[in-house]
Design a protein around this ligand. Structure first.
Ligand code: PMV
Length: 324
């Protein structure tokens, strides 16, 4: 009753921003992402009769508190589905540099769901695995698939139609992402709190929701045509709209720092100089830059030259969940 699974993180090009059900994590909008090969989690789940509770090790350190509770609550779900009251030892190795500002919860919950479900003997389809993963961390449900994936929000109250579907596999198109790491850190509003506050208080939130169907339609056309400029423009504009909702919230907030803006402006000036590059930003100050392989050297050099940037980590399109 032991299984090891590996999952990569993903970056949303059309953001998930808002929940309609917080307990089983149902979103207020559909989203679309690119899975990244550079950032991943490998997790082993070992269910054993002799254990009287779960034990969770992250990068070989025993974990307790909030992080432990999230993992064990998620395993409760797996135990309920399997109808088995067995506890497990969980070992996770995170290859997601926390400084890169990626939510390691995406790769973490995708790997945990895959390894846990498999170890306890559940035979899930990818779709069922995505639905299970969604209940651990929303954005993680897209990491079941490699390349481009869409999380369909669904309409039902029970979540049975809210899961990710593959749009194009990792080898379909060599689009790359530079994760730009900034030196300054600021007290962060979690994605959970940020979503809740904007849904409940931002007058811009309805504008965000109204704009999603067209953004999704356009970006999928762009992916189908391998039209980098179209995909980049829509992703960048969608990110700006998401961040605009936070400025309208009460109390208002932003995830951006001065260096965040400097990176955004540099990306726009790269374009003015004929180098196609587009940015996107999640619930934090760091910026991810989309680019094509032929521009890798220019992109890397330019981004590294921005004062306040401490690192630039390059990544390609990554695979979906695999079992080791
Ligand atoms: O799934 P969470 O709670 O990590 O929220 C993710 C929210 C964003 O990263 C901002 C957008 C997204 O779709 O990944």
């Amino acid at each position: 009753m032991k299984c090891t699974a590996k999952a990569h993180t993903n970056i949303a090009l059309i953001k998930y921003w808002g929940k309609r059900n917080e307990s089983i994590i149902l979103p207020t909008n559909s989203s679309l992402s690119l899975t990244l090969d550079g950032f991943y989690t490998t997790t082993t789940v070992d269910f054993r009769e002799e254990l009287s509770k779960d034990e969770f090790f992250l990068n070989d350190q025993l974990v307790s508190g909030e992080q432990y509770n999230r993992v064990t609550t998620f395993l409760d779900l797996i135990r309920t589905y399997a109808g088995k009251k067995l506890y497990a030892t969980i070992h996770s190795i995170n290859e997601v540099p926390t400084a890169a500002g990626f939510a390691s919860s995406a790769s973490g919950f995708a790997a945990l769901a895959a390894a846990g479900a498999n170890a306890i003997g559940l035979q899930l389809t990818d779709r069922e695995l995505s639905m299970l993963t969604r209940q651990g961390s929303g954005s993680a449900c897209r990491s079941i698939y490699g390349g481009f994936a869409e999380w369909e929000m669904g309409m039902k109250d029970d979540g049975s139609d809210s899961f990710a579907v593959p749009i194009a596999p990792a080898d379909y198109w060599d689009v790359r992402v530079a994760a730009v790491v900034l030196s300054s850190t600021m007290k962060k509003v979690s994605s959970r709190e940020g979503m809740k506050r904007t849904v409940e208080t931002s007058p811009f939130y309805t504008g965000w929701i109204d704009s999603i169907p067209n953004d999704l339609k356009q970006i999928k056309e762009g992916i189908a045509a391998r039209d980098f400029e179209k995909v980049g423009q829509i992703a960048e504009a969608n990110c700006l709209k998401m961040h605009a909702t936070t400025l309208g919230a009460n109390p208002p907030f932003t995830y951006w720092h001065d260096t965040t803006l400097a990176v955004m402006q540099t990306v726009q000036s790269l374009r003015d100089n004929g180098i196609p590059a587009y940015f996107t930003i999640d619930a934090g100050p760091n910026v991810k830059v989309l680019y094509l392989p032929e521009n890798e050297n220019d992109i890397q050099k330019t981004l590294r030259g921005i004062p306040g940037v401490t690192d630039v980590i390059l990544s390609r399109s990554g695979q979906g969940v695999t079992y080791l």
